[in-house]
Design a protein around this ligand. Structure first.
Ligand code: PLP
Ligand SMILES: N[C@@H](CCOP(=O)(O)O)C(=O)O
Length: 465
């Protein structure tokens, strides 16, 4: 399997090479040259497999023998050992044919653990084999950071630097990152918003000359293909649990960087019968505007009660555009150039294809709080603010109530006590046992200005391995 860039100019890479990279050298993102496809019969034969067994079936074609099957199975098993629920991704019913897919049963209580527990073990395996040391650099609006740190903290060949927007993540999210005191873990609170953090990371990938000789950057954000690959699995898992592939299933996905819903779109292209794919946004609604009114323009970033989705520049939309434009790298390079100056407009055919593939809906804070209240009153199930946005979008856009609608629960409510309290809950939702003393732990992080020179200087000075 070869991986090619969405901008058509960078060299193609093998699986291991693509895992060890971030952006392509032409600024694009890597995607598989050809997507594996499964027949209905083959998918049906996977009913009843454990999450780990299913993950192997779905991911092996992307790895394409570069890692021996037995080793790949071992990496998958290790990745999901740290999950608190036997089912790994359990489903809970909240309405007529409406389901919540709990993706927060991993160690850091967000869906990011699905890919980042796996990526941590995968990187460790590849780097040990190659006897290579790398620098992991990532941007987070709150959840990727702790999941990446948890995945990489024990990797001897990795120094990890995570940039989060100063004072813009919840206290639980910040502490999940900054209380990890291993020498190879470094947290930077950047004076800016998530887009500034992400820009800094992308610019650093584009010019890595600040690193010591022989070191390279590796991405843990969803620009890294392995993130997307591992997230495809739970679409298959949920569908199989609800009668797929013999009947279609719909998904509603709280969306920011477009990685999670892009994985759902790929599952559909790989043969999984998916009816609706709903893009659910908070007030940072660039993706909803793009689909509903062809307005993909940057606007001021709002700070909302669903801070993990406070994202304006949605990285993985580029991967989607690549398909919408029949994999024309030059067209994507032009669109991304347009976007740099503020806006891009989709062609009529790209827009109509996007509208066939996706529904979209925007949910503001007030409405999100009502949904948390409403679902709790009716079912005693407590949603986190991001999941509540997905539930509202599902209800607003749903076409056929005989088709199961799965709302991805991307985080545990205990990560966002402020929103939960505003929704009228008197008591903060309890952190799981392994995090019970989170607020007693010592923190370590550095507040830095949004300046590449300063950040790079800090990174050079703090390499531990
Ligand atoms: C809790 C939560 N929900 C939803 C999202 C959106 O996911 P994506 O960026 O893959 O669209 C994120 C992060 O972006 C998140 O942390
Ligand atoms: N919500 C994310 C933002 C980064 O997204 P990613 O999927 O590209 O890592 C976060 O919590 O950091």
């Amino acid at each position: 399997m070869k991986y090619i860039s969405t901008r058509g100019q960078a060299p193609s890479l093998s699986f291991e090479e693509v895992v060890l990279t971030g952006l392509a050298s032409d600024g694009g993102l890597y995607v598989p040259e050809k997507l594996p496809e499964f027949s209905r019969e083959e998918i049906a034969s996977w009913a009843g497999l454990s999450y780990q067994e299913l993950a192997f079936k779905v991911m092996a074609p992307f790895v394409d023998g570069e890692i021996p099957d037995e080793d790949l199975r071992g990496l998958i098993d290790k990745a999901y050992q740290s999950f608190r629920h036997q089912g790994i991704a359990p489903l809970v019913q909240t309405g007529h044919n409406e389901w919540i897919l709990e993706l927060f049963q991993g160690p850091t209580l967000a869906f990011k653990d699905f890919a980042l527990q796996f990526l941590g073990h995968l990187l460790d395996y590849i780097l040990q084999k190659r006897d290579q040391k790398v620098v992991v650099m990532g941007a987070t609006s709150g959840d990727t950071g702790s999941a990446a740190i948890e995945g990489c903290r024990r990797c001897e060949n990795i120094d990890i630097f995570i940039l989060h927007p100063h004072n813009r993540v919840s206290n639980v999210q910040r502490r999940q990152m900054t209380t990890v005191l291993e020498d190879n873990v470094h947290n930077i609170a950047l004076d800016g918003n998530f887009d500034d953090c992400q820009n800094m990371v992308k610019a650093s990938f584009a010019d890595q000359s600040f690193l010591p000789e022989g070191r390279q950057l590796v991405a843990v954000n969803s620009i890294n293909w392995a993130r997307i690959m591992a997230q495809i699995v739970y679409y298959f898992y949920a569908s199989l649990a609800l009668g797929g592939p013999h009947r279609p299933v719909s998904f509603s996905v709280p969306t920011g960087n477009f990685g999670d819903i892009f994985a759902g779109y790929l599952a559909k292209r790989m043969g999984l019968p998916i009816d609706q794919l709903v893009i659910a946004t908070n007030s940072n609604d660039i993706l909803h505007r793009a689909i509903s009114s062809n307005d993909h323009s940057k606007q001021e970033l709002h700070h909302t009660l669903s801070p993990s989705m406070d994202i304006m520049v949605s990285s993985n939309f580029e991967r989607m555009l690549f398909d919408l434009y029949d994999r024309d790298g030059a067209a994507i390079a032009q669109l991304m150039e347009d976007f740099k100056s503020g806006a891009m407009h989709l062609s009529d055919s790209a827009l109509s294809r996007a509208r066939e593939l996706f529904a979209s809906h925007k949910v503001d804070d007030d409405r999100m709080l009502e949904v948390i209240r409403d679902v709790f009153e009716n079912t005693e199930y407590l949603l986190d603010p991001h999941t509540a946005i997905g539930v509202d979008a599902a209800r607003a856009t749903r076409k056929d109530h005989s088709i199961p609608m799965v709302c991805l629960a991307t985080a545990h409510p205990a990560k966002f006590p402020e929103a939960v309290q505003k929704a009228g809950q008197e008591e903060d939702p309890k952190l799981p046992h392994h995090m019970a003393d989170l607020f007693d732990r010592e923190e370590r992080y550095e507040v830095l200005p949004n300046d590449a020179e300063t950040v790079h200087e800090f990174m050079r000075g703090h390499l531990a391995c």
